[in-house]
Design a protein around this ligand. Sequence first.
Ligand SMILES: Cc1ncc(COP(=O)(O)O)c(C=O)c1O
Length: 401
Amino acid sequence: MNGYLTESNFTMVEEGFTTRDLLENLLAELCQERDQQASFFVADLGDIVQKHLRFLKALPRVKPFFPVRCNGSEGVIRLLAELGASFACANKAEISRVQSIGVPADRIFYSSPCKQVAHIRYAASQGVQLMTFDNEVELSKVARSHPHARMLLGIAADSSPSAHPSMRFGTTLESCRYLLEAAKEQAVEVVGISFHLGSHGLEPQAFAQALAAAQMAFEMGTEMGYHMHLLDIGGGFPGTEDSRARFEEMAAVINSALDSYFPEDCGVQVVATPGRYYVTSAFTLAASITAREEVATEQPSSDGRASCITSAMASTAPSAASCLTAPAPGLSCTRPGPSTSLRGPAGHSDERVADGLDLPELQVGDWLVFEDMGAYSIPSSSLPGGCPQPHVTYAMSRVAW
Ligand SMILES: Cc1ncc(COP(=O)(O)O)c(C=O)c1O
């Protein structure tokens, strides 16, 4: 035990007691209270432990750096630190968040391709050295502000035609030599290559292509006298079992491509930044209905009555590939209702949650339960309209602990 996570950070539950059981207990307690809490998460830390063990088994050569942007909640950071994972941070706030839990600088990767100078200086002052760049502007900022930076050159290994070139992370192979030369001129130390293939519907074979491209970029760096020894293969691993390719399928392609392009004895350390893979299935969100409005539509429904749409506002916008599940016990009406639109708090970027839902007629105070909510769903600050951040109750079984 490393002391990042203790029994005081979570609720110990007996084996067989599910997150859903815990959530229903919490809802039953809340229903007794008059001043209802607006929304909350229940997180099964044991699920994250399982994911970590699965990752180490499937990708034994790859060291995970968890992207804090994906889920910066305290229990997740503490657990992953305890398990020995490292962290990829997008800015100063994320770096100080993991530092506040005691994570040392050598387990922090400042992975954002666009960095503020003040944040680069902060990283320098804290001894956070590992960073990325994919253009000259970023390179110059780092050259001026962080003399001890160890840089990964980001390459665009994403071959999907949908991504607009200007929106892609990483530079082209053609520009690599030029950027490596520019880094030499500015005395910036380049230690390896980084890529991120995107996060949706990745074909495992895309990793093989990207690793082949990364090897070419490595060779360029080595020819130019850099000690190239670190490779970041990014994230994009599936968080649930219903994805196009299973995690183990991707891992098999990665392992075999690593053996071809970066064999074990080549001295290259391999890291990844898996986000949704680790946390999606561990979190369940309960959100209460805070407002409702019936909107009459022009078209009559099949039974001849004027149809209407109920617009219900939930206390939190459950964005990020949310999955609507069976209504919570607090949901009172079982009569089939009209088509329902669901909205998050007004002014929130994810205000529009879903339309055309076939739900029972919702009333203010009813609860909705959303599973698989662990990735990119925890707000880093308070919600608009004075809504507090949803509370997270962490649970883990004694066996997982
Ligand atoms: C550069 C980079 N790496 C890793 C990730 C994590 O992706 P995922 O959550 O799909 O694993 C992201 C997510 O946006 C990213 O932009």
